[in-house]
Design a protein. Structure first.
Length: 342
């Protein structure tokens, strides 16, 4: 299989802060996704999970707990610099050093959009406390530019599950239930993010041709998914064994190789932003009361009207409230006028 054009990825076996300073210009990255080192003796985690390290690549580089706060501040400052105005940043973290990451983010101009919880299978088993089986995903944007968020890229507004519930709504809730992936008998890194999680982030927060950065490439999962969705990738990895092994795999992949295998809404639903015309508002008001007589539930009526009028939920709700206020005002004026004539 032919190798992809080098323009598709810029990855280097170098520490991320020096690498970013040397290779990444200001405001050049569209989407930043990274899972930094644990800072909790991550090279010994297999003891807690009772798993074999036979197929795990050596060379994992841990950060000392005492150095984690300054380490986080240094790389997050570089992430802020290289992210374009309007660009998005996703940081994955366990709870142990979450405070250090949040403190570092608080020193930047980056704006928090969502604090997502990723719930996975098979957490660290414990007997004297609750089992830890989740990660934090911090979603920030850099103010000052247009933000990419493809609301309907995975499910349209009419897509429903078997119970009639919105698939789009469920997919965009801030608690994600995504299982880890296990690769018995395969060469791998100690901790790799599942493809489903990475695909979700990349689909929602980028478009084809965008540059995605990962300062801690690890098993190159982000790089593979980015290339698979026809995005460019930039990143760094100081574990030479991991870098050399996964670079060879990456060079065999064709940009866009995943596009034919995943669901994407090519006909994106874009809510109307133009003002309501008097005719449209009048028709909405009539349809609202007509449907209300049948369904008796306001929320169900508005959900039905969303599809009929191609407008958002709150746009319809606000318009109905305005029309009700206007009608009440007209009734009051009419009563006042009749009283004056008397």
């Amino acid at each position: 299989m032919p190798k992809p054009d080098p323009k598709w990825f810029r990855i280097y076996p170098i520490e991320c802060i020096r690498g970013a300073q040397k290779y990444l210009p200001d405001d050049s990255v569209d989407l930043f996704i990274t899972d930094p080192p644990f800072g909790i003796e991550g090279d010994q985690l297999y003891r807690h999970y009772h798993r074999s390290e036979k197929y795990v690549l050596d060379g994992y580089v841990e950060i000392a707990r005492a150095d984690y706060a300054q380490f986080s501040l240094n790389w997050i400052k570089q992430a802020e610099r290289v992210l374009r105005p309007g660009g998005s940043l996703y940081i994955l973290s366990g709870y142990s050093n979450l405070a250090d990451i949040l403190n570092a983010l608080s020193t930047t101009r980056l704006k928090l959009i969502n604090h997502i919880i990723w719930k996975y299978n098979f957490g660290v088993y414990t007997t004297r406390k609750y089992v830890s089986s989740h990660y934090h995903i911090l979603y920030y944007i850099k103010p000052g530019g247009k933000v990419t968020f493809n609301t309907y890229i995975r499910y349209g507004p009419k897509d429903r599950d078997k119970r009639g519930h919105s698939l789009n709504y469920a997919d965009r809730e801030d608690v994600w239930l995504i299982n880890r992936e296990y690769k018995p008998g395969e060469i791998k890194n100690r901790n790799e993010l599942p493809t489903g999680l990475l695909l979700k982030i990349i689909q929602y927060s980028s478009k084809e041709g965008d540059l995605i950065a990962d300062f801690f490439l690890g098993g190159f999962s982000t790089a593979r998914m980015a290339l698979g969705l026809k995005r460019r990738i930039a990143g760094f990895e100081i574990n030479n064994q991991s870098f050399n092994h996964h670079l060879k795999e990456l060079q065999l992949l064709q940009p866009g190789y995943l596009l034919s295998q995943i669901k994407e809404n090519k006909e994106l639903f874009v809510p109307k932003k133009k003002p309501w015309t008097p005719e449209e508002a009048s028709r909405l008001y009539s349809r609202f009361y007509e449907l209300y007589q049948q369904l008796k539930i306001k929320k169900a009526v508005i959900t039905h009207l969303q599809e009929e009028f191609g407008r958002g939920y709150f746009s319809i709700l606000n318009q109905i409230e305005k029309l009700k206020d206007k009608q009440a005002s007209l009734i009051t004026s009419a009563h006042h006028s009749r009283n004056q004539k008397k």
